[in-house]
Write a protein that binds this ligand. Sequence first.
Ligand code: NI
Length: 259
Amino acid sequence: MPGQLLISSLVLLFGFNSPAPIVAQANNEPALPRVYTAAEKKQAVHMIVATALTVIPEPPDCAAEPCVALTFDDGPDPATTPQILDTLQTENVNATFFVLGTKVAGNEAILQREHAEGHEIGNHTWDHKDLTRLNNMQITAEIEQANKAIVGAGVPSPQLFRPPYGAINSHVASTSPMPIILWNVDPKDWHHKDPNEDVRAVVDAVQPGSIVLLHDMHATTRTALPQIITELKQRGYKFVTVSQLLQLPAGTKGIYRSR
Ligand code: NI
């Protein structure tokens, strides 16, 4: 693990209860502890950090390997999202969270954890209105208010937008400043609340390049997640964020349901 390598290297360097490095003396006098200069320490730290960073694996090449993007909508939810993050961490899997602006206050630490652990955070509007019933100004306000809340939580500004219910019309499509991300696998986890059905519906439907719609506030989805990941891994799938899956150049717009 790069993190462990980094920490153990720093412990060695600065000597928490470890013997100080010794240099032999030419004149048979007792060996003296070697004292590192500040510049030497700084250089060593740079070298260790650079080494640790190079060990972090590159995202998979989704043109050559079967990839899938799990997406979680309508959070963060303090009761279930942290457990979903625990599962993703244990399985070493990255996902994308389409966050509601109204859910950010009080849950900033969850957003920061999502970002710190390599997940992508997308915009799912301020309060989950059906945007096809709004005018362009109201649509813009829904998107911008959510962006402001998300950035205010200390994470990068979203690069992806998912309209509530996947509801789009020409106004929504032309008003969104970001690519619109829909899905091609929907187990309807919000409807049946049955973990086994979630697992079957996802695993049977996923194809290389799929985007899977899930919701992080359902306990049943949290329960289903480890089995979904296990079965997809057995089928050779690599888990990526939506941006890793689609590799869209900056400034791209459009509507995407899969790679
Ligand atoms: Ni939603």
